[in-house]
Design a protein around this ligand. Structure first.
Ligand code: SIN
Length: 286
């Protein structure tokens, strides 16, 4: 029997949840994120993030404080060591290509910035679990963000590639950027194919911003395998491409989705504010 994915909104806790792609991305209507959430709403949003990996809210009116209050419903906020503390809220990280260019000058090398498929804080032993991103200054057109369903990316690999990648570990090296920010951290490795702690899904999890290297194989084989992972991430079938407009908020599960910022807006000072959500204390202290 043929299966079809429905886009009719499902109603939960007064919210309407409409998938934007069959397995990744959903728009949620019926909530004002600047107001306190009921437990029921919070649970329904969390469940939607787990199911769709990234959810979007339109027509919101958040500032840094209300963005942080919303994110705080889902765990402790994590302040990234490279965050420029330009606002009163220390967890708010401004994403702006101009800041990256300034950072590159100090670093003395080009950053593989937003325009590479990545997860947030994969350099940490226990990466942040979620992120809430809102627009601050958008170009009239362009500057979309792409999220990849990293479970579907794994499931649609050939059996041969699955067997080659399963059980392998990958390092992510972010040390020069961290050192510049005065933060010391050892280089750690994670499984290339991780099992999501809550959904049990297998996730193909590589950060192409941070010099990934697969351990236990020759460098040439590491490169070949990473090329295969990248090929998977680039397949439109596993992606949700999202166009921002003023008043948009995105909330994603950083353990399940990989993302990519499309930089096609010249030198427009596009700016988004991101807040990271730490994993549960049991895991963050590992
Ligand atoms: C990010 O890459 O973390 C933010 C996404 C974006 O700038 O579109």
């Amino acid at each position: 029997m043929a299966t079809a994915h429905s886009i009719s909104g499902q109603s939960q806790a007064g919210l309407v949840i409409r998938p934007v792609q069959p397995t990744i991305g959903a728009e949620i209507e019926g909530v004002d994120l600047s107001k306190p959430l009921t437990d029921e709403m919070r649970n329904a949003i969390r469940a939607a993030v787990l199911k769709y990996k990234v959810v979007f809210f339109r027509d919101q009116a958040l500032d840094d404080a209300s963005q942080a209050a919303f994110a705080g419903n889902f765990g402790p906020l994590y302040t990234h060591p490279t965050t420029r503390h330009e606002t009163a809220n220390t967890a708010v990280h401004a994403i702006n290509a101009r800041y990256d260019r300034e950072f590159e000058k100090k670093l003395g090398r080009k950053l593989k910035a937003g325009d590479a498929y990545h997860t947030d804080t994969s350099w940490r032993l226990v990466p942040t679990w979620g992120a809430v991103l809102r627009d601050v200054n958008l170009p009239e057109v362009g500057g979309d963000t792409i999220w990849v369903d990293a479970n579907l990316a794994y499931e649609t690999l050939s059996d041969e590639l699955k067997a080659r990648l399963d059980g392998k570990y990958v390092t992510h090296n972010f040390s020069d950027s961290l050192e510049l920010a005065g933060h010391e951290y050892p280089i750690v490795s994670h499984k290339v194919v991780r099992t999501h702690r809550e959904t049990g899904q297998k996730i193909l999890w590589v950060n192409f911003q941070q010099q990934p290297q697969i351990l236990g194989v020759e460098l040439s084989e590491s490169r070949e395998l990473l090329d295969e992972v990248l090929r998977q991430y680039k397949r439109p079938d596993v992606q949700a491409r999202f166009s921002w407009r003023p008043g948009t908020v995105a909330f994603w599960d950083n353990r399940a989705a990989v993302h990519y910022a499309v930089r096609n807006y010249g030198d427009f000072p596009r700016e988004l504010h991101r807040i990271l959500i730490a994993d549960e204390p049991l895991w963050t202290d590992l």
